[in-house]
Design a protein around this ligand. Sequence first.
Ligand code: 4AD
Ligand code: MG
Length: 432
Amino acid sequence: MSAPKSIKHVLASARTGEEATIRGWIYRTRSSGAIVFAVVRDSSGIIQVTAKKGNLPDADLGAAKSAAIESSVIVTGKIFEDKRAPSGYEMRASSFQVIGAASPFPITEYQSEELLLDNRHLWIRSREQTAVMKVKASIMDGARQWLKQNDFVEVTPPILTQNACEGGVTLFKLKYFDREAFLSQSAQMYLEALIFSLDRVYSLTPSFRAEKSRTTRHLTEYWHLELEEAWVDNSGNMEIQEGLVSAMVENALRERREELTLLGRDPDDLKEVRPPFTRRSYSDVIGELKAKGHDVEFGCDLGAVEERAVTADEKVPMFVTNFPKEIKAFYMKEDEVDPRTVKCADLLAPEGYGEIIGGSERETDVNKLIERLNNLNIPIEAYEWYLDLRRFGSVPHSGFGLGIERVVRWVCKLEHIRDAIPFPRTVARVYP
Ligand code: 4AD
Ligand code: MG
């Protein structure tokens, strides 16, 4: 037996008559008489294997015949060109070993969404899921490379906290010995503390939102990439977002064209995702929506419907800036020019996918922060440490949070955000 190689490697170096060994799982199988046609997959691809009486020991042929879908196998054989085979080549087995026999697989073609979610631990083996996970890895890797090149230091904020960063409504509360604590909604406040030692920081952590609404873009646990930058204003913050998002998409395009195509995303759709992105004010967007007949006015938040209406025909992401103060978080900096609004920007993905980033310049005036917390009836005690950041050498600063699964959903053209994460948590599901 030759040393096992990945299927991709074997296909790439396939020369008629060459022997190779592969390891993987049976993806499809059928037998007719003395011949078995099995398609074997590994993490890199699929290849058709034919096991024919006379070419391999009878015991191996028997094993190949009785091996069910998802059995794990090691196969050795010669590679031949075969135009009818899925990858253009087939392996003619001289040895076929079943390593882990599979019980009848609970997932067959055309299953209900619920059954697939109940069997998520098995469904993640599918080619689509595998492709999404690879694209996601390239998106995160693209981010990390860009962050490193741009002098950001990765930090490790806590998940257990006593601070609501994004309001009380979506907090997961838990008993922390004899006190109450929450699962983090955002690392932002901790990142703000860390810029005083490190200038430019980021973290990639899970964030938790007790979202009761069932939508195609909300998870209760998602991966949150957050940046915080000293000496940067709202406009500099948007430039950082453009650079970062473009690098994430570019890395996915560089590394995962095949996977994107398999998912139904034409990689060329994403070629225009380069700085600068479109910039529009909230007021301007409200004006457009009104003209299109939407029932909105200054002060309304933009929901999925409104975001879709504004971006459905766009090719590049769009910043929407200067939201009304009342509908945004307490820490956002008031705009001097239009004090009804704050110096913030949401970044909306094109094609109607909606918000992927929320960011802002931060309020540095401790009295304004206290006033806003008071107006929201938030007890100050838990925020004293955060207010200290304004009392000890405060600097202008900005930051933002990007939902990784939101970006993956857009880049992979997924209908539902749950397919952007292997084990989705939603209001209806925390199993498996
Ligand atoms: O807009 P959000 O709530 O902003 C913050 O949390 C800031 N504190 C971030 C910061 O400035 N450091 O959330 C940021 C992003 C959203 O734009 C969205 O992409 C994602 O997090 N997000 C979710 N993704 C999936 N499921 C949910 N329930 C999400 N809620 C927010
Ligand atoms: Mg937001």
